[in-house]
Design a protein around this ligand. Structure first.
Ligand SMILES: [Zn+2]
Length: 207
Protein backbone atom coordinates (compact mmCIF):
# COMPACT_ATOMS: atom_id res chain seq x y z
CA UNK A 1 0.00 0.00 0.00
CA UNK A 2 1.46 3.42 -0.87
CA UNK A 3 2.50 5.62 1.99
CA UNK A 4 -0.01 8.38 2.75
CA UNK A 5 1.28 11.94 2.81
CA UNK A 6 0.24 12.48 6.44
CA UNK A 7 2.36 9.50 7.47
CA UNK A 8 5.46 11.43 6.45
CA UNK A 9 4.65 14.06 9.06
CA UNK A 10 3.65 11.63 11.81
CA UNK A 11 6.70 9.44 11.08
CA UNK A 12 8.90 12.53 11.36
CA UNK A 13 7.47 13.46 14.76
CA UNK A 14 8.03 9.93 16.05
CA UNK A 15 11.57 9.74 14.61
CA UNK A 16 12.56 13.14 16.06
CA UNK A 17 11.22 12.15 19.48
CA UNK A 18 13.15 8.87 19.40
CA UNK A 19 16.38 10.61 18.43
CA UNK A 20 15.95 13.17 21.16
CA UNK A 21 15.22 10.59 23.81
CA UNK A 22 18.35 8.63 22.82
CA UNK A 23 20.51 11.78 22.76
CA UNK A 24 18.94 14.97 24.18
CA UNK A 25 21.43 17.24 22.33
CA UNK A 26 21.22 15.38 19.03
CA UNK A 27 19.44 18.13 17.06
CA UNK A 28 21.40 20.90 18.72
CA UNK A 29 24.60 19.19 17.60
CA UNK A 30 23.19 18.45 14.14
CA UNK A 31 22.15 22.04 13.54
CA UNK A 32 25.57 23.49 14.34
CA UNK A 33 27.60 22.21 11.36
CA UNK A 34 28.24 19.38 8.96
CA UNK A 35 31.54 17.55 8.55
CA UNK A 36 30.87 14.79 6.05
CA UNK A 37 33.83 12.71 4.88
CA UNK A 38 32.00 11.33 1.86
CA UNK A 39 30.49 12.74 -1.30
CA UNK A 40 27.90 10.30 -2.65
CA UNK A 41 27.01 10.66 -6.32
CA UNK A 42 24.06 8.38 -6.98
CA UNK A 43 20.94 7.68 -8.97
CA UNK A 44 17.69 9.50 -8.14
CA UNK A 45 15.93 6.13 -7.95
CA UNK A 46 13.86 6.01 -4.74
CA UNK A 47 15.53 2.71 -3.82
CA UNK A 48 18.95 4.35 -3.59
CA UNK A 49 19.18 6.20 -0.27
CA UNK A 50 22.78 5.22 0.45
CA UNK A 51 22.54 6.30 4.08
CA UNK A 52 20.10 3.46 4.69
CA UNK A 53 22.33 0.87 2.99
CA UNK A 54 25.44 2.07 4.85
CA UNK A 55 23.82 2.87 8.21
CA UNK A 56 25.08 6.43 8.02
CA UNK A 57 23.48 9.30 9.86
CA UNK A 58 22.51 12.84 8.85
CA UNK A 59 25.76 14.81 8.51
CA UNK A 60 27.85 11.92 7.20
CA UNK A 61 27.11 11.89 3.44
CA UNK A 62 27.14 14.91 1.18
CA UNK A 63 24.85 13.97 -1.70
CA UNK A 64 24.34 14.62 -5.37
CA UNK A 65 21.78 12.47 -7.17
CA UNK A 66 20.38 12.50 -10.69
CA UNK A 67 18.89 10.00 -13.13
CA UNK A 68 21.42 7.19 -13.69
CA UNK A 69 24.14 8.83 -11.53
CA UNK A 70 25.72 10.90 -14.27
CA UNK A 71 28.88 12.94 -13.76
CA UNK A 72 28.19 15.60 -16.32
CA UNK A 73 31.05 18.06 -16.62
CA UNK A 74 28.72 20.63 -18.16
CA UNK A 75 26.23 20.45 -15.27
CA UNK A 76 26.74 23.55 -13.12
CA UNK A 77 24.67 21.99 -10.33
CA UNK A 78 26.96 18.95 -10.16
CA UNK A 79 30.14 21.01 -10.51
CA UNK A 80 29.07 23.27 -7.65
CA UNK A 81 28.40 20.27 -5.41
CA UNK A 82 31.78 18.79 -6.30
CA UNK A 83 33.62 22.05 -5.71
CA UNK A 84 31.94 22.63 -2.35
CA UNK A 85 32.42 19.04 -1.21
CA UNK A 86 36.11 18.89 -2.08
CA UNK A 87 37.30 22.43 -1.45
CA UNK A 88 35.11 23.56 1.45
CA UNK A 89 33.92 20.43 3.22
CA UNK A 90 37.21 18.63 2.37
CA UNK A 91 35.60 15.23 1.86
CA UNK A 92 38.11 12.38 1.84
CA UNK A 93 36.16 10.04 -0.42
CA UNK A 94 34.00 10.46 -3.50
CA UNK A 95 31.71 7.52 -4.13
CA UNK A 96 29.95 7.08 -7.46
CA UNK A 97 27.28 4.50 -6.75
CA UNK A 98 25.07 3.07 -9.47
CA UNK A 99 22.77 0.11 -9.14
CA UNK A 100 21.52 -2.97 -10.92
CA UNK A 101 17.95 -2.80 -12.27
CA UNK A 102 18.49 0.87 -13.11
CA UNK A 103 15.57 2.17 -15.15
CA UNK A 104 17.70 4.96 -16.62
CA UNK A 105 20.35 2.53 -17.84
CA UNK A 106 17.70 0.19 -19.31
CA UNK A 107 15.86 3.03 -21.04
CA UNK A 108 19.10 4.32 -22.54
CA UNK A 109 20.09 0.86 -23.78
CA UNK A 110 16.68 0.18 -25.31
CA UNK A 111 16.29 3.69 -26.75
CA UNK A 112 13.03 4.11 -24.83
CA UNK A 113 13.59 7.52 -23.26
CA UNK A 114 12.63 10.66 -25.13
CA UNK A 115 12.62 14.38 -24.41
CA UNK A 116 14.75 15.75 -21.61
CA UNK A 117 15.35 12.39 -19.96
CA UNK A 118 16.38 10.89 -23.27
CA UNK A 119 18.84 13.70 -23.73
CA UNK A 120 20.19 13.35 -20.19
CA UNK A 121 20.92 9.63 -20.48
CA UNK A 122 22.13 9.66 -24.10
CA UNK A 123 25.79 9.29 -22.95
CA UNK A 124 24.84 5.82 -21.64
CA UNK A 125 23.55 4.89 -25.08
CA UNK A 126 26.90 5.96 -26.55
CA UNK A 127 28.69 3.98 -23.83
CA UNK A 128 26.68 0.86 -24.75
CA UNK A 129 27.68 1.28 -28.40
CA UNK A 130 31.35 1.64 -27.39
CA UNK A 131 31.11 -1.60 -25.44
CA UNK A 132 28.80 -3.45 -27.83
CA UNK A 133 31.19 -6.37 -28.26
CA UNK A 134 31.30 -7.17 -24.55
CA UNK A 135 27.61 -6.47 -23.96
CA UNK A 136 26.46 -8.51 -26.96
CA UNK A 137 28.38 -11.49 -25.62
CA UNK A 138 26.13 -11.55 -22.52
CA UNK A 139 23.05 -13.53 -23.53
CA UNK A 140 20.83 -12.75 -20.56
CA UNK A 141 19.42 -9.24 -20.98
CA UNK A 142 19.14 -8.66 -17.24
CA UNK A 143 22.84 -9.48 -16.77
CA UNK A 144 23.72 -7.39 -19.82
CA UNK A 145 21.97 -4.35 -18.36
CA UNK A 146 23.65 -4.94 -15.01
CA UNK A 147 27.03 -4.95 -16.73
CA UNK A 148 26.09 -1.70 -18.47
CA UNK A 149 25.26 -0.26 -15.02
CA UNK A 150 28.82 -1.16 -13.95
CA UNK A 151 30.35 0.35 -17.10
CA UNK A 152 28.26 3.46 -16.49
CA UNK A 153 29.70 3.91 -12.99
CA UNK A 154 33.24 3.49 -14.26
CA UNK A 155 32.61 6.03 -17.03
CA UNK A 156 31.34 8.52 -14.46
CA UNK A 157 34.50 8.01 -12.38
CA UNK A 158 36.54 8.68 -15.53
CA UNK A 159 34.54 11.89 -16.00
CA UNK A 160 35.28 12.87 -12.39
CA UNK A 161 39.01 12.56 -13.06
CA UNK A 162 38.66 15.03 -15.91
CA UNK A 163 37.43 17.79 -13.62
CA UNK A 164 39.74 20.52 -12.46
CA UNK A 165 38.54 20.07 -8.88
CA UNK A 166 39.54 16.40 -8.73
CA UNK A 167 42.82 16.93 -10.56
CA UNK A 168 43.81 19.59 -8.02
CA UNK A 169 42.71 17.49 -5.07
CA UNK A 170 44.79 14.55 -6.30
CA UNK A 171 47.85 16.75 -6.63
CA UNK A 172 47.40 18.35 -3.22
CA UNK A 173 46.46 15.43 -1.00
CA UNK A 174 46.61 12.24 -3.03
CA UNK A 175 47.13 9.90 -0.10
CA UNK A 176 44.04 11.12 1.76
CA UNK A 177 41.72 11.48 -1.17
CA UNK A 178 40.06 8.51 -2.83
CA UNK A 179 37.47 7.90 -5.49
CA UNK A 180 35.36 4.76 -5.46
CA UNK A 181 33.14 3.02 -8.01
CA UNK A 182 30.23 1.14 -6.43
CA UNK A 183 27.23 -0.74 -7.65
CA UNK A 184 24.39 -1.60 -5.34
CA UNK A 185 22.70 -4.92 -5.99
CA UNK A 186 19.09 -4.22 -5.03
CA UNK A 187 18.33 -7.95 -5.12
CA UNK A 188 20.68 -8.57 -2.16
CA UNK A 189 21.16 -5.11 -0.61
CA UNK A 190 24.93 -5.52 -1.01
CA UNK A 191 27.40 -2.96 -2.29
CA UNK A 192 29.96 -4.20 -4.83
CA UNK A 193 33.23 -2.29 -5.16
CA UNK A 194 34.26 -2.16 -8.80
CA UNK A 195 37.95 -2.14 -9.74
CA UNK A 196 38.98 1.10 -11.38
CA UNK A 197 40.66 0.93 -14.78
CA UNK A 198 44.45 1.02 -14.77
CA UNK A 199 45.72 4.57 -14.57
CA UNK A 200 42.74 5.74 -12.54
CA UNK A 201 43.49 3.78 -9.42
CA UNK A 202 45.75 6.30 -7.73
CA UNK A 203 45.41 4.78 -4.28
CA UNK A 204 48.74 2.98 -4.43
CA UNK A 205 50.38 5.39 -6.77
CA UNK A 206 52.85 8.15 -6.06
CA UNK A 207 51.90 11.24 -8.01
ZN1 LIG B 1 18.89 4.17 -11.45
Amino acid sequence: MPLEYQHLISNNKRWAALKKSAEPDYFKRLSLAQQPHFLYIGCSDSRMPLDTFTSTEPGELFVHRNIANQVSITDINFLSVLDYAVNVLKVKHIIVCGHYNCGGVAAAYKGQATGLVGNWISPIRDLAKENAKELDSIEDEHLRLNRLSELNVIRQVENLYKTHVVQRALQKCHSDFQIHAWVLDLATGHILELPLPEGLDHRNEKI
